[in-house]
Ligand binder design. Sequence first.
Ligand code: NAD
Length: 257
Amino acid sequence: MDTRSDDEILAHARTILRASRRAVALTGAGLSTESGIPDFRSPGGVWERFRPIEYGDFVCSSGARREHWRYKLATVPVMLEAQPNAGHRALARLEQAGRLQAIVTQNIDGLHQAAGSSTVYELHGTNRAAVCLQCDRREPIEPVLARVLAGDEEPRCDACGGMLKPATVSFGQSLPRDVLEESIRLAEACDCLLAIGSSLQVQPAASLVEIAKIAGASVLILTASATPYDALADAKLDGALGSTLPALVDGALILDG
Ligand code: NAD
C-alpha cells in the first residue's frame, strides 16, 4: 500500500516521465469514458447490457451474427459521435513533444487518431470499419450499419459475397499478428510504460506491462480501479483521467522545458 499523498505520487510520476525518452502508452476503455463511451467492466458498462460473441459462433451461427450486428448497431453510433477528451489530447501533446514513441491501444473507438496522435497500434481492431472474412476487403462501418438498420441482418461483402464482420477482434479471434509483435517490441524497448484506463485483465495486452518492467522500464499505472499489476508500478494514479493525465503530461513537459 502506497502511503504517499496523491500530490506526492503525482510529483513522483512526473519525475519519472520527465526522465523518460522512450515512453509508450498502453490505453484502455477507461480513457474514453469521459468522452461518453462506457467501458466494459465498470457499473453500467457494456457487459451489463450485452453478452460477448465468440468468433467461432459468429462464423458458424446466423443467430450469433445477427445478435452481434444488433449489438454494434446499439454501440457504434455513440463511438462515432464521441470526441476525444483532455486525456487523449494530453497523449497527443506528449507525442508531438517527441516524448511518446507510440500508443498501443485496446480501444476500438479511433479517438487517439481524432486527438492528433499519429503512431497508434490498435490491438483489438477498430469499430470504424467492417472487414470481409473471405477477401479481407475493408469498408467504412457506417454504410454497413445503415444496411443492418434497413433489415439486412447479416450483411455480405459487395465484392465477393463473403461474410462481413466489424473490424474488431472478438473473443476467440487472433489478434493482428504484426500489431501484437510491434507492441511487444515497443514494450521491450521502452523506458517508461504508461498503462492508462485499463483494468489490465485482458491478455495478451495486459502482459505488456510486465514485459516492459522485466526489460527495465518504469511503469506508471493511471486507472481508477485496482489492477493485477499495481504491485509492480512505480506510481499508481487513480484519479479521473481527464484531469490526472494532463496534470502528469503537462507537468512533465513544463519541468522539461
Ligand atoms: P475495462 O473496462 O476492463 O477497464 C477500464 C478501466 O478504466 C477500469 O479499471 C475503470 O476503473 C477505469 N476507468 C474508467 N473510467 C475512468 C476514468 N474516467 N478515469 C480513470 N479510470 C477510469 O477496459 P479495458 O481494460 O480496456 O479492457 C477491455 C476491452 O474493452 C478491450 O478489449 C477494449 O477493446 C474494449 N472496449 C473498448 C472501448 C473503447 O474503444 N472506448 C469501450 C468499451 C470496451
